[in-house]
Design a protein around this ligand. Structure first.
Ligand code: ARG
Length: 286
């Protein structure tokens, strides 16, 4: 396992010491994982997958979150829903309210009801569990920052869901258009490192969205195509520790130069379905 106990060294001392904030995450063990259909450019049902290995890699990720002091809850995996391991897609949770996803592809639509049930079981009231009226794939396409919620569209989430999120959470939602089918969810091309710091791969966005990103985040860390293809942007940060896929070595170096501690995890089995660290992790903001 990579980096479970020893974070990678920080060669350049951080100007500002980075502060970690304890997070609550929900994850779904890949008990029914397989690649039996193709709904993104990474999936190839003809390639074999190893479910035991997927579970072991996922367990390593969960153990790392716990070791870093975070709370991890789980939702039960359901047979026939092989992509349910990608918990980030199930909802967007801000200020104790959950916007339950409406999935674009029929293959995943049954996940929504299970997520709504899960939130009710956790004690959320009816008014705190809101079913999206338009296609919306949770934290796959929504990245919450201190100021605004950034919202991706172009492949999955319907831009009309953005007004819905804005009304529900009372926070500004900034629309970003994705243009490269390899980076079909916002969380494959952009990540929040801290409340007001982000990292993104410019090649995934249309020119208008790039202008918006440059204006809002002039100091953002920029990832290159190689970082993005290694699924490096599909990371989770607690403000100090950044957990990212093992092959994203160059991006890990850039983030350490910005004062973050990086932890690389091997989720190669799950990447066969087009997901990695962030896709497996839904943050609960109560
Ligand atoms: N096979 C899944 C899909 O295409 C992968 C989702 C990955 N999750 C993510 N947040 N990008 O829907």
């Amino acid at each position: 396992m990579t980096g479970l106990l020893a974070p990678e060294a920080t060669p350049i001392p951080a100007r500002i010491p980075r502060q970690a904030r304890t997070r609550t995450y929900v994850m779904c063990r890949p008990d029914h994982f397989e690649v039996s259909y193709r709904i993104n450019a990474w999936m190839d049902p003809d390639k074999p997958t190893d479910r035991e290995l997927a579970i072991a890699q996922w367990e390593d990720l969960r153990a790392l979150f716990i070791e870093l002091g975070h709370h991890v809850r789980t939702i039960d995996a359901a047979p026939g829903l092989p992509d349910m391991v990608f918990a980030a897609n199930g909802a967007l949770v801000v200020d104790g309210k959950a916007l339950i996803s409406r999935f674009h592809h029929p293959e995943r639509q049954a996940e929504a009801r299970l997520w709504a049930e899960w939130f009710r079981q956790q004690g959320y009231t009816e008014s705190q569990v809101v079913q999206a009226a338009f296609t919306s794939e949770g934290e796959g396409d929504y990245v919450t920052t201190g100021g605004a919620i950034l919202a991706g569209n172009g492949f999955r989430s319907d831009p009309r869901s953005q007004a819905e999120a804005e009304a529900l959470f009372g926070r500004p939602v900034v629309s970003l258009k994705l243009v490269d089918p390899r980076f079909y969810h916002l969380d494959t091309a952009l990540a929040a490192l801290d409340d007001d710091e982000i990292v993104y791969y410019p090649g995934a966005f249309d020119p208008q969205s790039l202008r918006v990103l440059r204006q809002l985040f002039p100091d953002a860390v920029l990832a290159d195509e190689e970082d993005a293809l290694a699924f490096g942007l599909n990371l989770v940060s607690d403000g100090r520790n950044v957990i990212l896929p093992e092959p994203a070595t160059a991006l890990a170096g850039k983030l350490r130069a910005h004062g973050f501690r990086t932890h690389r995890v091997d989720l190669a089995e799950l990447l066969k379905a087009g997901g990695s660290v962030k896709c497996c992790t839904l943050e609960i903001r109560d």
